[in-house]
Design a protein around this ligand. Structure first.
Ligand code: GDP
Ligand code: IMO
Ligand code: MG
Length: 434
């Protein structure tokens, strides 16, 4: 018996929410450890769809504890709105099933505003680089965390020190805003913003590292829910077209306060093709009718922003890289059904860069833009795999595709998903028992 870390092995939206929901039946605690409400995780249970951004996907199962760890950046207003939305869907959320790390960083309205200002004026303020962020204030909030001037959850409980912290934060932000030609923000406005949510947020706060240590010793099963994907990681991703946190599995330890030795099985959620939202390099992108087919069949629209996701062939070189940077034990291969009916399927096995064959994506932005994918071609299948619940239900060509993926990425398939529905999942190896 072990703990399980779920992370995305591509550019996000691999189906982490569905798999975390499925696995959470076997877990006692589900922990988010990075990112914020830039994430959009979709769960479909008996035809009802739940969209979660900040709350761990385990929150919809009665009797499970959901935890927001210290590595997450929390917009308290977004948190309250999400709790209200889920309660309307019949999910009860109280301190009995949700805990928030008292040392987690808060996202304020000024972060959200700054995110938008930078994106709108990318040409003049950001060296011409538009990232295509979710505009949720994620980057600016992490900047303040690393700059040691952030407001954290526990600060809401101590108004006297809060006032001094807000002062310090505004000294930085107002200087920045003056430079950008924006109006300054008053101390009172931020104090008002924070005090208005304190009573709602504080009951959930906990010393999360201590609670997880106690639970681990008592034998509880802990499931870590990553957000975004490994190619959006601030260090290992396609920088600067990345998010502002480490999204790789190692962050599950730092972002929750549990030692890396207790993390256990690393499950990389992997889409059977590739998608990306926002700007940045995408070697296997398809701008033709096949890309359109994948987008339509896979319903590839962003959960958070509604933007159309860019679609392309499966890139085994990228996922092989994620297997290494995360220490992936096995993968959950999702959305295989979306490939049904295609005559042939291509898989990228490496790249050509300036006439030379390479087998991984280089770190340089210029080189990333220049790589040309090298493909192998497989025969497709005509049968439907939608809703398949056992290996034997899969057409021979689909099995061949899955085996080829395993071989190329160097990791086995532990779970296979064949529709958005919770139970349309084939279990090969139980990550909790591996
Ligand atoms: P996440 O961010 O990784 O949790 O993924 P999203 O929820 O943003 O996007 C994945 C989308 O694919 C969601 O709409 C899911 O309901 C859906 N989905 C998940 N697994 C499957 C699958 O195996 N087949 C199909 N067709 N859809 C799936
Ligand atoms: P889930 O958890 C896909 C992308 C944005 C943008 C970049 C930076 O649902 O897989 P940010 O707002 O984080 O500063 O934006 O990262 N991005 C995601 N793409 N899935 C996500 O989350 C994402 N979260 C952020 O589109 O390109
Ligand atoms: Mg998503």
């Amino acid at each position: 018996m072990t703990n399980v870390v779920v992370i995305g092995s591509q550019w996000g939206d691999e189906g982490k929410g569905k798999i975390v929901d499925w696995l959470s039946e076997r877990a006692d605690i589900v922990v988010r450890f990075q990112g914020g409400h830039n994430a959009g995780h979709t769960l479909v249970i008996d035809g009802t769809s739940y969209k979660l951004s900040l709350l761990p996907s385990g929150v919809v199962r009665p009797g499970k504890m959901a935890v927001i760890g210290n590595g997450v950046v929390i917009d308290p207003h977004a948190l309250c709105a999400e709790i209200d939305k889920l309660e309307k869907q019949g999910v009860t959320i109280t301190p009995d099933n949700l805990r928030i790390a008292d040392n987690a960083t808060l996202i304020l309205s000024l972060h959200r505003e700054l995110d938008g200002i930078r994106e709108d004026a990318a040409a003049s303020t950001n060296g011409g680089v538009k990232i295509g962020t979710t505009r949720r204030g994620i980057g600016p909030a992490y900047e303040d965390k690393v700059g040691r001037r952030a407001i954290r959850v526990m600060d809401l409980a101590d108004l006297e020190t809060l006032s001094a912290k807000v002062e310090r934060l505004l000294t930085h932000h107002n200087a920045l805003r003056r430079g950008l030609g924006e109006t300054e923000i008053s101390h009172d406005a931020i104090m008002q913003e924070l005090t208005s949510v304190a009573d709602r947020v504080l009951p959930f706060r906990d010393t999360v590292w201590l609670m997880l240590d106690r639970e681990r010793r008592a034998g509880s099963r802990i499931l870590f829910e990553g957000a975004q994907g490994s190619l959006l990681d601030i260090d290992h991703g396609t920088y600067p077209f990345v998010t502002s946190s480490n999204t790789v599995a190692g962050q599950a330890a730092a972002g929750s306060g549990m030692g890396p030795g207790s993390l256990g099985y690393i499950l990389g959620i992997t889409k059977a093709y590739t998608t990306r939202v926002g700007e940045g390099p995408f070697p296997t992108e398809l701008t033709d009718e096949i890309g359109q087919f994948l987008g339509e069949r896979g319903r590839e629209f962003g959960t958070v922003t509604g933007r159309k996701r860019r679609c392309g062939w499966f890139d085994a070189a990228l996922v092989r890289q994620s297997v290494a940077t995360n220490g992936i034990t096995g993968i959950a291969l999702t959305k295989l059904d979306v490939l049904d009916g295609l005559d042939e399927l291509k898989i990228c096995v490496g790249y050509t860069l300036d006439g030379e064959e390479i087998d991984h994506l280089p770190a340089s932005q210029g080189q990333q833009a220049r790589v040309v994918p090298r493909y192998i071609t497989l025969e497709g299948w005509k049968e439907s795999t939608v809703g398949a619940r056992k290996w034997a239900d899969l057409p021979a060509q689909a099995i061949k595709y899955v085996r080829q993926v395993e071989e190329l990425i160097g990791a086995p398939v532990a779970l296979l998903s064949t529709s958005p529905e919770r139970d349309d999942t084939i279990l090969v190896t139980d990550p909790f028992e591996d």
